[in-house]
Design a protein around this ligand. Structure first.
Ligand code: SF4
Length: 268
């Protein structure tokens, strides 16, 4: 079911091309269809993963632009700048004093243990990466896994509040699943593939932002036909035979199936 859900979401929203990064000469992070990340961009993703804790990407984007303007996507410079000044620069991301400290903690870790070389750090396997990231003060599971998936490009499934909300509604999961439990469900049900995990998480975020909100907009949701929450709230539909699980929305409305190949390539 989880892979079919992926296909339906991808057909509806199209590939998301996460994580946005800044190209040389630019100041603003953008989504790129195909990009081979350089070390600076990988570090920018790590910083972005820390900055995005408890805030929207829009606010993070502004903070990253400021970091770029001040040439601060650099571990040594992050350590040199005063915490107060750094906090002011990343103010838009919220909790800026705490986050300035976290950026410094991460930079210190990288400099102390890997001579500031992010490529050497990312040569570690997922288990070691995760253990070391979780050992840094201020980095929790979601941040660590986002860094491993989007910067190190290694297959680990990121769980966030959107994933928990959609999963519990869709599958009528009454238990308050812990981060690791939900991660295991996704990882055991899907092919361990970095690109699939990357897109899937990005699509769940899109679903959460557009439809599966705190107050869900089920009527227009592309996966409503198989959703326990929706089916339970519409008695007639619960009785109806819903034999096929077809993507709705973008693919059907426009007839533009141009992006369907990557969406379906993980069906097996
Ligand atoms: S149908 Fe409603 S509850 Fe189900 S996933 Fe969509 S928005 Fe969420």
């Amino acid at each position: 079911m989880l892979i079919r859900l992926y296909s339906a979401l991808c057909s509806h929203f199209g590939p998301q091309h996460w994580w946005p990064v800044t190209k040389e000469g630019d100041l603003e992070p953008k989504y790129h269809k195909k990009i081979k990340l350089n070390s600076r961009q990988k570090l920018e993703i790590c910083f972005g993963a820390i900055l995005t804790q408890n805030t929207s990407w829009k606010n993070v984007e502004k903070a990253i632009i400021q970091l770029n303007k001040n040439n601060l996507v650099n571990t040594e410079k992050i350590l040199k700048i005063s915490r107060k000044r750094l906090a002011k620069i990343i103010r838009s991301s919220g909790y800026h004093n705490q986050k300035a400290k976290k950026l410094k903690n991460f930079s210190y870790f990288l400099l102390k243990n890997y001579n500031g070389n992010i490529e050497s750090f990312f040569k570690n396997d997922i288990e070691k990466l995760r253990k070391e990231l979780l050992g840094i003060n201020g980095i929790g599971s979601e941040t660590a896994d986002s860094i491993i998936l989007y910067a190190a490009k290694k297959p680990i499934f990121v769980i966030d509040a959107y994933t928990k909300r959609f999963y519990s509604r869709f599958f009528d999961e009454k238990k308050d699943l812990k981060y690791d439990e939900l991660q295991e469900i996704f990882e055991k049900s899907l092919k361990k593939d970095e690109k699939l995990f990357n897109e899937y998480h990005a699509l769940i975020v899109e679903l959460g932002k557009n439809y599966c909100k705190a107050k869900p907009l089920c009527e227009k949701c592309p996966i409503r036909k198989k959703c326990s929450y929706f089916r339970g709230s519409v008695p007639n539909l619960a009785k109806a035979r819903v034999s096929s699980f077809r993507p709705t929305g973008y693919a059907q409305l426009t007839g533009n199936m141009g992006h369907e190949a990557p969406c379906r390539s993980f069906l097996f």
